[in-house]
Design a protein around this ligand. Structure first.
Ligand SMILES: Cc1cc2nc3c(=O)[nH]c(=O)nc-3n(C[C@H](O)[C@H](O)[C@H](O)COP(=O)(O)OP(=O)(O)OC[C@H]3O[C@@H](n4cnc5c(N)ncnc54)[C@H](O)[C@@H]3O)c2cc1C
Length: 542
């Protein structure tokens, strides 16, 4: 049976961080917007927070790894040869489970090509993005302290920083001892009531946020998009984007998962916001759409990442408060004297609940069962914290998302396959990071610390990193990139990609402040050029 068809001005695929922002901007402009989301709404009571077994749930049905929480029918299958696959598929996307750390990129993050030539420059600069950071922060609801000497000056955050907890105070002293930079981490968490939402009350169960104090886009951005008239269709899984004879995107075919029926939406402009895995998968499955460069799916960036969990002889109530505390950009810039290019930052985090601590939280340190259990527990619980070192990995064409040649999902779409290995530069960086983490553990006077290496005890590479960036990167020319500086596909002028797959390089910090600023910038560009885009057959002039 032919799919049932309807028509919109703008079709958006994916309702996560970026799809919601695009939907809001274009809906508020009076355009007729349809957004297709393969998952459903995530209600407060769906989160583990309100359940006695919340710690168990975080490891099972609420795991942020699609390959751990098996059986969630909102997910699509993703195989990986080496990394975790962390995401959430539902209204608000991965903001249902994320950590909300909200640092911005620095000017140098956009020009590594000029700096050392091993990565391309972005086609845009920090200054192009700066005004959108401020506006996206006000939309999303962010806390932080302006004046960080490691960042360009910018206006105040909408709410003050979340209070420094016990681990932050202990770590701040350690960073001072080392003479290293630190600053309260900006967070996608409101520290005072804001925009109709309640301030963070420091429950310590950050795993997404049922209360919405950590911006859960289903509660912060979607209400504005829906009020503007956006037609959000849930359980609507897109199978392919269709292309017309004129070379333009015609719309998409999706399965209505509630009825099992195929449907089609036609649109003047199609926006893909399905994340760093979902977007390349969909383009590849749509007859290799927008891929004349061969770059779709390539240059997958996860960030370099290693960590250290440490415990001190001081009760810190380290299982309470917002999950993150400090950021240090001491090593954010390239210093080739260290033996590698690019830099990294430190994120400091609290620990989990009693059950998680006893069973191994950030590292594999576990309380012994039987004799010695209580002694171990009293010594460790509430006295531990973690430090992550996250850095800028070099893009490689072999790190990529491809389609499985043998496996298909229930709708017949090939399964996404991730391949990722850090290069020599990334490995040298991670060795250096591990040494600096030991410096931090010693400066905190930890009585015990455990490193989380990127190679496991059997010598097998196993990245703890997970960000999903770079697989449809933006660039200055069509031969090395998928989209131009306005997120417009070089090959298909009315097709835009607004999610994190467009990142040219990964930067030194967590990406979502930049993801949101870029999505806002792209959506406003589409709004302002919509008249021309309706008939454009080539990318519009800059
Ligand atoms: C556990 C975890 C912790 C994180 N912590 C942080 C942090 O502390 N700080 C930070 O900066 N970032 C963090 N992130 C990353 C952050 O969540 C992402 O950068 C952000 O959500 C990306 O937005 P997006 O719109 O690209 O994708 P998503 O938010 O993932 O949304 C994509 C949406 O597209 C939908 N979709 C995909 N394919 C289809 C299809 N075929 N049809 C219909 N719908 C489809 C999906 O269901 C999903 O809802 C974290 C992520 C995870 C998973």
């Amino acid at each position: 049976m032919a799919p049932r068809e309807d028509k919109a001005d703008v079709l958006i695929i994916g309702s996560g961080a970026t799809g919601s922002i695009a939907a809001m901007v274009l809906g508020q402009a009076g355009l007729d917007v349809v957004c297709l989301e393969q998952g459903g709404w995530v209600e407060a009571q769906d989160h583990p927070h309100y359940h006695a077994d919340w710690q168990w749930q975080r490891r099972t049905r609420w795991s942020s790894d699609v390959n751990v929480r098996q059986g969630n029918t909102d997910d699509f299958p993703v195989r990986s040869d080496s990394s975790q696959v962390l995401m959430w598929n539902g209204v608000g996307g991965s903001t249902n489970v994320y950590g909300g750390l909200w640092p911005r990129y620095r000017p140098s993050d956009f020009r590594k090509g000029t700096e050392h030539g091993l990565q391309p420059d972005w086609p845009i600069s920090y200054e192009d993005v700066a005004p959108f950071y401020d506006r996206a922060d006000r939309l999303v609801g962010v806390s932080g302290l302006a004046g960080d000497p490691s960042m360009p000056a910018h206006s105040d955050y909408p709410t003050p920083p979340v209070p420094l907890g016990g681990p932050s105070r202990r770590l701040a002293k350690a960073f001072d001892r080392l003479g290293w930079h630190w600053w309260p981490v900006p967070a996608g968490v409101i520290s005072t009531d804001y925009d109709g939402r309640k301030a963070c009350h420091g429950c310590g169960v950050c795993s997404g946020c049922a209360r919405g104090s950590m911006s859960k886009f289903a509660l912060s951005v979607w209400p504005k998009a829906l009020a503007a008239g956006v037609d959000l269709r849930i359980y609507a899984r897109v199978l392919r984007i269709e292309k017309g004879r004129d070379g333009r995107a015609a719309g998409a075919v999706y399965v209505d998962r509630a009825t099992g029926r195929l449907r089609q939406v036609k649109a003047d402009v199609v926006i893909v916001a399905a994340n760093g895995v979902g977007t390349p998968r969909l383009l590849l499955a749509s007859d290799n759409l927008a891929n004349s460069s061969g770059e779709v799916g390539r240059n997958l960036l996860h960030h370099t990442l290693v960590a250290c969990e440490m415990w001190v002889d001081e009760p810190l109530a380290a299982h309470t408060g917002y999950v993150a505390s400090l950021i240090s950009r001491e090593f954010a810039e390239t210093d080739t004297g260290r033996g590698f290019v690019n830099g990294f930052n430190f994120n400091c985090v609290t620990t989990g609940g009693a059950g998680e601590q006893a069973n191994g939280y950030l590292s594999n340190a576990r309380a012994p069962f039987g004799k010695g259990h209580h002694r171990w527990f009293e010594r460790h619980f509430g006295r531990g914290f973690g430090v992550f070192a996250i850095g800028d990995d070099l893009p490689s064409p072999d790190n990529r998302v491809t389609l499985s040649a043998t496996e298909r999902d229930d709708d017949g779409v090939p399964v996404a396959q991730l391949s990722y290995k850090p290069g020599d530069n990334d490995r040298r960086m991670m060795r250096f990071m591990l040494e600096r983490l030991v410096d931090i553990a010693k400066a905190t006077e930890a009585f015990e610390y455990r490193l989380q290496d990127y190679i496991d005890e059997n010598g097998v590479y196993r990245t703890p990193a997970w960000h999903l960036l770079g697989t449809c990167r933006m660039g200055k020319t069509p031969d090395m990139s998928v989209v131009n500086k306005w997120h417009q596909c070089w090959d298909v002028p009315n097709l835009f990609i607004v999610d994190a797959s467009v990142f040219t390089t990964g930067g030194v910090v967590n990406p979502t402040a930049t993801v949101c600023a870029l999505a806002l910038r792209a959506a406003e560009h589409i709004r302002d050029s919509f008249g021309e885009l309706r008939s454009a057959t080539r990318p519009l002039a800059a």
